[in-house]
Design a protein around this ligand. Structure first.
Ligand code: FPP
Length: 255
């Protein structure tokens, strides 16, 4: 549902604390393209699945580090709408790992005050995995220390097209004046509605591209590309990323 102007006024927005610079501030919203699981496994002569399992450990460590640092939202690209091109075996492995992770971590998410939110279209993974995911989303809905957003079957172009379609349908049905559609209204029609602005986008493994992740939301985000393979990303790597963020000058188009 598209929020009314009154609802949108209550939506959280705004960048990390001080504008004009990273200036020692903690990013409110950090997103990560977790890349390099396959290469990490290949370097060790292990199957790709072992890389994904090690990647799940890195998720645990990063979540802990983010909560400790006071980050409000951590968004992770766990499965893109393009990842269906991978082998059935790998997709099945990733689905199993997600179910295992949410079940195993649910207690600690609850204990640590972490709210789980999903973006993308996870329903494509089928009712079994959805049961695990829905349960975790429901059980953590009232938590407010940190929001862990997991992007599943997510693609930014698809997200933007869906938002445009939803707004167009509202306008066609006479429920929305087309001239009311501005950046804020559009942003609130995206999956990330209500979340703070993205401040920092990290990609691991040395690849330097966005791969259809948060294209709208990254407009003013600081981009950080690190060589570390995702399974090797840990609390220290996250702390280092935050320190690089705080040294950046952020101008948001101004001087
Ligand atoms: C990219 O590495 C990684 C993925 C597509 C999957 C990410 C999934 C996890 C880290 C597992 C669990 C996630 C959660 C949220 C619990 P790649 O396979 O593309 O690596 P490569 O480029 O080296 O082949």
């Amino acid at each position: 549902m598209i929020p009314t102007p009154a609802a949108k006024a209550g939506a959280e927005a705004g960048p990390a604390k001080t504008s004009g610079s990273g200036g020692g501030s903690v990013p409110r919203h950090v997103a990560i393209i977790m890349d390099g699981n396959g290469r990490w496994a290949a370097q060790r002569g292990l199957p790709r699945a072992a890389g994904h399992r090690a990647g799940a450990e890195a998720v645990r460590a990063t979540l802990r580090a983010a909560a400790k640092a006071g980050v409000e939202v951590l968004t992770l690209y766990a499965f893109s709408s393009e990842n269906w091109r991978r082998s059935d075996e790998e997709v099945t492995e990733l689905k199993g790992l997600l179910a295992y992770y949410v079940d195993k971590e649910l207690e600690s998410l609850e204990r640590e005050g972490v709210r789980l939110k999903l973006i993308g279209d996870p329903s494509a993974f089928g009712p079994q995995l959805m049961q695990h995911l829905d349960r975790a989303v429901e059980r953590t809905a009232a938590n407010d220390r940190l929001t862990l957003v997991v992007a599943l079957n997510y693609g930014a172009r698809g997200e933007i097209a869906a938002a445009a379609r939803a707004l167009a349908l509202e306008a066609a049905a006479g429920r929305r004046d087309p001239s009311s559609i501005d950046e804020h209204v559009f942003g609130e029609a995206l999956d990330t509605a209500g979340l703070p602005e993205l401040d920092l986008l990290i990609r691991t493994s040395g690849e330097v591209r966005l791969s259809n992740f948060l294209l709208w939301q990254a407009a003013y985000a600081e981009l950080l590309f690190v060589d570390t393979l995702w399974p090797d990303f840990d609390e220290a790597a996250f702390a280092q990323a935050l320190s690089q963020f705080s040294a950046r000058q952020r101008r948001f188009g101004g001087r």
